[in-house]
Design a protein around this ligand. Structure first.
Ligand code: XBP
Ligand code: MG
Length: 236
């Protein structure tokens, strides 16, 4: 019996990447005097690596191997990432990033039916609460029994750690839950924890391999706005 819905955040609750995280990374680079510019296409490639600090590390390895010329590289990246988070939180607070279609409705219906809710994400915890506060109001943070985010587990998605952590915290079996994801890394992560997963894809993930997902949908739909079913059973 379904007892809980476990939500990914970036790309699933909202289209946060192109006009949110990407912009915030670029603002932080500018502040730091770096001439790095992650355009929409490059950012799509960099999304293969989850986690902002890990993404910066990967970019340096691939595109700027001479950076940073500092003794403590990890601390330098952490500082740059902290500045990025501040910019991202400002974008959220300015109301720049709306929820995806149907997200609010699903949350309302799930709560009405007594389903338990949680979040399992790679992003920084403040980014989750910032998004919830800006879109659904501060009280919505308490709708989620567990907000599992960021560095709380050693290995980020596609590893299953963040979902396993969430199951343990909720004392639930994987088959009592469904995960909602937007990316191949997210699908792999949920499946690694044994959790069935439903996908709502987006421009950055439309070509991803979603093998193992229950269904792949364009979005959760709004009245008068039909859902495109890419694969699997249509929602009822
Ligand atoms: C989301 C991410 C995150 C965000 C950036 O993946 O990969 O890294 O892009 O967040 P998922 P931070 O949706 O699979 O959880 O910069 O705060 O790490
Ligand atoms: Mg995602």
């Amino acid at each position: 019996m379904l007892k809980a819905i476990l939500f990914d955040v970036d790309g699933t609750l909202a289209e946060t990447e192109r006009d949110g995280h990407r912009i915030a990374f670029n603002l932080a680079f500018r502040d730091a005097g770096l001439d790095w510019d992650w355009d929409v296409e490059l950012y799509g490639e960099l999304l293969a690596v989850t986690g902002g600090k890990e993404r910066i590390r990967h970019y340096i390895d691939r595109h700027n191997p001479d950076y940073p010329a500092v003794a403590d590289e990890a601390a330098w990246i952490a500082g740059l990432h902290k500045a990025k988070t501040a910019h991202y939180l400002n974008l959220l607070a300015d109301g720049e990033i709306p929820l995806r279609p149907g997200v609010r409705r699903l949350l309302d219906e799930a709560r009405d039916q007594g389903l338990r809710l949680a979040i399992a994400t790679t992003t920084t915890p403040e980014n989750v609460t910032g998004l919830l506060e800006a879109t659904l109001g501060k009280a919505s943070i308490d709708w989620f029994e567990v907000i599992a985010a960021g560095d709380i587990v050693p290995a980020k998605k596609p590893a299953g750690d963040i979902y396993t952590y969430t199951l343990d915290a909720m004392q639930l079996a994987p088959e009592e839950c469904i995960a909602l994801e937007d990316s191949a890394n997210g699908v792999k992560s949920a499946l690694a924890a044994g959790i069935p997963v439903l996908v709502t894809d987006n421009a950055y993930t439309a070509q991803d391999d979603f093998t193992g997902a229950v269904s792949i949908l364009s979005d959760l739909g709004e009245p008068g706005q039909p859902i495109a079913v890419r694969a699997g059973p249509a929602p009822t």
